[in-house]
Every structure is written in structure tokens, then in C-alpha cells.
Design a protein around this ligand. Structure first.
Ligand code: SAM
Ligand code: SF4
Length: 489
């Protein structure tokens, strides 16, 4: 997985981390922001002598970076902690110490309750205090049980150390970069405003420096992250307040960065400058994740989404006028309290009207502390199941149609990693599909031009058209090869 980077390194000091004497295993649940956060936590611990391990049995420190967005996601953490308890006991028999930590949104939402339910846990740390992690781990090693979930007054990004350049390289040619955190929208189903706090934008200079550092480390594609990424705003240094559109134009000037993406956006925050960026900026990939959640105005109102069915359609029309080849993606919730068959049909209608290239759909999961959880007219589980199945069948059909429509087309591909089978490489299309090519097509980090020869369920297969000598025949791979797309932030 790719990783994010730093924002200032005048003396190149971060290359001089102590040799790793201890090992940390980080397991990440949930969204892309958690992937980014896990990497930043690993960077903070590297400065303290912890090296990463992929083997949990070898770890002196086990960190679970958790997700609280739906009940199932949160419960997974407790079953994992049961397994970790046995592991810790086994290591103790061998005279080895293991510190166990819970980070992320479950940590923030449940705090001390985690220590009560799972005494194996030594430390609980919320997303706003990751820069304090080394100090918290040190105290936990001294035998203290720690809950660190107060929102920090200082800017954690200013205090989080940078990854070593070699670490950036190891993490690949694509990277995430958090530009915005938290949310002030308070959709009635969502825990994010409670777990991630108020909406905060990182300053332009910090973001640009981090992106430059990534580019120096060989990263060619950056995905800007935020729970509400298009609400990002900041002082542009030119006397104007910038929005995400202006920031994208600035990042596009960085040599070596050839592809830009961002996720997840709220329909209310798609302003003219951002739409113009989709029209004018070649480096901005033609893919937009813009969750609508429901097609019913009544349910959208109950969800406090602040947009209607028609607002959303009009917005998509403006975006498609600016960038006709843009692929739309979205999130949907079925079975929100009070949702009738007629409301659900409105969701099916909006899906047909928009035509999605990809989408994520979920059954409503009541989250403690959110207004939705206290609503009275909850929908039966069986009804939610049935609606989800219908919706996913339609979305699946649209996704397959979109993927199929790319067969025969010529496109640029960023080669990202080796394929599952020897002799293959996997690249990413501008519209996010994994494309499998023969390894003779180029090297990881190259952007090559290919012609798509066939399509699987989620992947495409291609031969390079860069030069006749490099032209390769697409090789079919089994369905398991088809990589999963990212989950929205
Ligand atoms: N900020 C984005 C937006 O406004 O569309 C969404 C971010 S949210 C972290 C990711 C997705 O999880 C949401 O778009 C929604 O579809 C889903 N989600 C959030 N809360 C949920 C809940 N209580 N039950 C089911 N799905 C939920
Ligand atoms: Fe904020 Fe998105 Fe959650 Fe709504 S769904 S509260 S906009 S993070």
C-alpha cells in the first residue's frame, strides 16, 4: 500500500532513524484515511526504534486501527482482541512482552469501555493524538493502562515525523495524503462528526511540502483524502481563500506527480472551481466519488443530507458537461428509519438516471449517539436485505457495463505492482480499474499507453501500444486476480 509523507526536512534528518530494535504490527480496518493514519503511526514509531512486521506473532507492539462506521466493523475488533489475548499469553510464556493498542474511531467512540471489555488492551488512542503515540507506548510498557482520546490542542500533523525516503519508495508509486479531517455536516446516520471531530483543513504549505516529498520518493499518483474532502479550504498565500479546485491546480505543478484524485466528496461542496478543475486539469483523473445515500427526498431530509434528488442530478449534469468522460461512483444506504418501498424505488430510479461506474452500498446500521439510532420507525432486517440485494444487482450491472465499455479503447495506465501470476504487472486506468499487462510492457512507476483487449468482472486486460516492440498480448487471469476498489473515506 502507498503511504503519505512529510512536509519539511531541511537537514534530511529523518533518514537517521535509530536501527529498529522492536517490532510493530498494525492492522487497519475501514477507510483509506485509516490506511494513511496507520502509515503515519508507523512513521512516528520508527523514530522510536520500532520497525514494521507482517507477522503478528513477532510483534512487541500490536496496534488495531479501527473503524466505527457500522456495527459490524466495530464488533470485528473485539473478536480480533480475543485472538490477540491468546497470542500475548503465549509470548509471555516465552518471556516476551507485548503491548496491545486500539487506535482509530472505535478507540475514540468507546474509550475506557474497551479496557473494560478487553483487559488485554494496554492503550487506547484516538485519531487526533497519534503524534503522542511513542510517549503513550512508553508509558504502557511501564505497566500503565492508558486512554488518550482528548482532542489535542496542537496540530498533530506538525508533530508527526516524516517517513524515511526509502519507506516512501517501499510503499509504492501511489499514495494517500490527508488534507482535511472531521465533519460538520451531521448526517443523522453517521458517527464521523463524533469520532473524527469538527471539520479541519490542513494548510496549503504543509500539503504541498508533503506532496513534494512523496514525488521525490517516486510517487506518481496522489489521492487527497478527507471525510468531506471537497470542504477543504485554506489561505492560498495570494490573498485569496482557496478551495479544493485551487489546491489541485497547485499540486499539479509538482514535477513527477502525474495523477491526482480525491475522495470522499459531499454534493453540497462541489463548487465551480472544483468543477473547472475537472474540465481544465489533465492530471485530475476523470473519476468522482460523490455519495448520494438515497434517491428519496423524504429520506434525504431525514438524513439531514442538505440536497435533494434533483439537486444531485443537476450537479452531475454540470460535472459531465465540464468533463464528459467522468466516471461516477457513490455510496448508498438502504433501510434508513422510515424508508418505504416507494422511497427505495426512488433510490433505484436515481441509480438508473445517473449510471454509476462503481458504487458502495450498505444496510443502515444504527450507531449509538447519532440521531438516526433514536428514530422510531426502524426497517426490518429482512427488508433491508432484500433492498440491498436489488440495489446491488443494479449497481453490479452498471459496473459491468462500464467496464465492458472500455474494451477496445486506448488509455494511459500507471503500472503499480506485480500481478498475482509471474510475468504480469497490474496498472490502474484513469477510471480506477486494475488493468493486467505482461511485464514486458514497462516497469512499475511507468505510465504507458495500452489498448484494452478484454474485461473481467472488475479488471481489464491489455497489451501495450507504447512501441510495437513492447506490444504484448493480454493474458487472461482468473477472477481472483480482480482487485478490490477502495472504500470511501
Ligand atoms: N462524507 C461522505 C459523504 O458525505 O457522503 C461519506 C463518508 S462515510 C465515512 C462512508 C460511507 O459509509 C457513507 O457514505 C455511508 O454510505 C456509509 N455509512 C455511514 N454511516 C452509516 C451507517 N450508520 N449505516 C450504514 N452505512 C453508513
Ligand atoms: Fe459528514 Fe459524510 Fe458522515 Fe455526513 S456522511 S456526517 S457528510 S462524514
Amino acid at each position: 500500500m502507498p503511504i503519505a509523507g512529510p512536509f519539511a526536512d531541511p537537514a534530511g534528518m529523518q533518514e537517521a532513524h535509530p536501527a529498529a530494535t522492536k517490532k510493530v504490527f498494525v492492522k487497519t480496518y475501514g477507510c483509506q484515511m485509516n490506511v494513511y493514519d496507520s502509515q503515519r503511526m508507523a512513521d512516528a514509531l520508527a523514530a522510536d526504534g520500532y520497525g514494521p512486521t507482517e507477522t503478528i506473532e513477532d510483534a512487541d507492539l500490536v496496534l488495531l486501527n479501527t473503524c466505527h462506521i457500522r456495527e459490524k466493523a466495530a464488533e470485528k475488533v473485539y473478536s480480533e482482541l480475543g485472538r490477540i489475548r491468546q497470542l500475548k499469553e503465549e509470548r509471555a510464556r516465552q518471556g516476551l512482552e507485548t503491548v496491545v493498542g486500539v487506535a482509530g474511531c472505535v478507540a475514540q467512540a468507546e474509550g475506557r469501555e474497551i479496557l473494560r471489555r478487553a483487559p488485554v488492551v494496554d492503550l487506547v488512542i484516538g485519531p487526533q493524538t497519534y503524534h503522542r503515540l511513542p510517549q503513550v507506548v512508553g508509558r504502557a510498557r511501564g505497566g500503565e493502562k492508558i486512554v488518550e482520546t482528548e482532542y489535542a490542542l496542537e496540530d498533530k500533523f506538525e508533530h508527526l515525523p516524516q517517513p524515511r525516503r526509502q519507506e516512501v519508495r517501499k510503499r509504492g508509486v501511489t499514495a494517500f495524503l490527508t488534507v482535511q479531517e472531521g465533519c460538520d455536516k451531521f448526517c443523522t446516520f453517521c458517527v464521523v462528526p463524533y469520532t473524527r471531530g469538527a471539520e479541519v483543513s490542513r494548510p496549503v504549505a504543509q500539503i504541498v511540502a508533503e506532496a513534494e516529498r512523496l514525488a521525490e520518493g517516486g510517487v506518481r499518483e496522489v489521492t487527497l483524502l478527507g471525510q468531506n474532502v471537497n470542504a477543504w479550504h485554506g489561505d492560498g498565500g495570494d490573498g485569496r481563500e482557496w478551495g479544493l479546485g485551487e489546491l489541485l491546480f497547485r499540486l499539479a505543478e509538482i514535477p513527477g506527480l502525474d495523477r491526482l484524485r480525491y475522495t470522499t466528496s459531499h454534493p453540497r461542496d462541489m463548487d465551480d472551481a472544483l468543477i473547472a478543475a475537472h474540465r481544465d486539469l489533465d492530471k485530475l483523473m476523470p473519476y468522482l466519488h460523490l455519495p448520494v445515500q438515497s434517491g428519496s427526498d423524504r429520506i434525504l431530509k431525514a438524513m439531514n443530507r442538505k440536497h435533494t434528488h434533483d439537486d444531485y442530478l443537476r450537479l452531475i449534469e454540470r460535472i459531465r458537461t465540464a468533463r464528459p468522460d467522468i466516471a461516477m461512483s457513490g455510496d448508498f444506504i438502504v433501510g434508513f428509519p422510515g424508508e418505504t418501498d416507494a422511497d427505495f424505488e426512488e433510490t433505484m430510479r436515481i441509480v438508473r438516471e445517473v449510471g454509476y461506474a462503481q458504487a458502495f452500498s450498505f444496510k443502515y446500521s444504527p450507531r449509538p449517539g447519532t440521531p438516526g439510532a433514536d428514530m422510531v420507525d426502524h426497517v426490518e432486517e429482512a427488508v433491508k436485505d432484500e433492498r440491498l440485494q436489488k440495489l446491488q444487482a443494479l449497481l453490479g450491472e452498471q459496473q459491468r457495463a462500464f467496464t465492458q465499455s472500455l474494451v477496445g479503447r486506448t488509455m494511459d495506465l500507471l503500472l503499480e505492482k506485480p500481478g498475482r501470476h509471474p510475468g504480469q504487472l497490474v496498472g490502474r486506468s484513469p477510471w480506477l480499474q486494475p488493468v493486467i499487462v505482461d511485464e514486458s510492457a514497462g516497469e512499475i512507476g511507468d505510465i504507458i499507453t495500452v489498448r484494452i483487449s478484454s474485461a473481467g468482472t472488475n479488471s481489464l486486460f491489455a497489451g501495450s501500444t507504447d512501441s510495437p516492440s513492447r506490444a504484448v498480448e493480454a493474458k487472461r487471469a482468473p477472477a481472483q486476480e480482480e482487485a478490490q476498489m477502495g472504500v470511501s473515506v
